[in-house]
Ligand binder design. Sequence first.
Ligand SMILES: Nc1nc2c(ncn2[C@@H]2O[C@H](COP(=O)(O)OP(=O)(O)OP(=O)(O)O)[C@@H](O)[C@H]2O)c(=O)[nH]1
Length: 417
Amino acid sequence: MRILVVEDSQVVAKILRHLLQQELDCIVDIAPDLTTARTFLEQEQYFVAIADLSLPDANGGQIVEVVQQYQVPCIVATATLDSAQRKRLLSLGIVDYVFKENRFSYEYIVKLVKRLHRNQKIKVLVADDSSVSRNYIRALLEQHLFQVMEAKDGAEALALLQSSAGIKLLITDYNMPTMDGFELIIKARELYLREELAIIGLSNDTDESLSARFIKNGANDFLQKPFVHEEFHCRVLNTLDALEMLRLFWKQANYDYLTQVYNRRYFFDYFSQQMPKISKKKTQLAVGLIDIDFFKKVNDNYGHDVGDEVLIEFSARLRKIFADKFIVARIGGEEFVVALKGLKLAQAHQLFDDFREKLAAQPIVTSKGDLKVTISIGLHCRNADESIDEMIKIADQSLYRAKEQGRNLVCVSGLQI
Ligand SMILES: Nc1nc2c(ncn2[C@@H]2O[C@H](COP(=O)(O)OP(=O)(O)OP(=O)(O)O)[C@@H](O)[C@H]2O)c(=O)[nH]1
């Protein structure tokens, strides 16, 4: 990523470069005037430009138009800004303006650049029956590099939420034909939890109780129309920051820190909740309980850190093969489980046996050299109405047999295939 800083004060330019490079993997070019900025813009592709309005060869903010001619998003860093200038800059479509007042101003710029970088991957759905309003919101969101999707009523928005994966923010109007904003939010919350989707309600209705009703129905925030650019951006950014924070807490609570697979609690909670649905739909469910053979010896011979390296690389291989389609969890020190939904026993056996064979054939590279690692697997396919605990118990008996019969084996419900 390449960033252009247009700034005639060497001190400010150096601070910005230092902070940007500390926080982001980026190259920062510094142009002390408009002429140099133009030369840089001709030669390089920039992710964003941070521009001072008052430059030695152009002190009326002309830099903004120049940056925009090259389709580069522009953040203005300025010492002063009067109301006419502010309006002009906002109508030009700058990302934001920041007053160069103190250290926090520079930190805000860096935070904004990081946010812009992340925004490129974030899908935002705008539900509003007014095309003028949708276009306006789309333009504001695109200034911040979001991917924008549009729906002209609640029903269309719901269909999009059901069919397109990865929508992180829904911005919805209240008054819409076929399905209003409240009904849409209630239905959206049945599909997505608060750590998966953030919602901002909008309305130009004068009813004072709307904002509270939006939030009580599951929205994260509310904006009264018409709103100013800055308020819109601040609300969107705060809402997304909160979503990311929730997501982080959720990850910390449900993932294993060392191996980056689900933890024991998530695994048992998830399947306890899913079991009635699995029973009702008569979905096949197999669990493979996987234990690394003689793992204690790895720790004893090479040290606990090398043991950790083995666990990390082993989990990475497990994730690569299984995690896209199935639930992978660490349920003990060197004990993992993979739950395969929708596969027959023979298919599940084949997958686990291939994995076992490949692992044994490809040593794990550690800081103390290459280590040959094998695993034993107890496989069990769900019968009748077994709970997840009962399934794991049976898989554990098969795992025990695999260990007894020499390890580096898959054993399944009573027999060894
Ligand atoms: N490095 C490391 N070791 C761990 C961790 N969690 C558990 N262990 C170790 O895993 C080892 C498990 O050993 P055992 O249960 O005796 O089994 P084993 O040596 O793998 O032998 P078998 O299972 O019979 O093949 C113990 O030495 C634990 O200290 C961890 O997070 N990191």
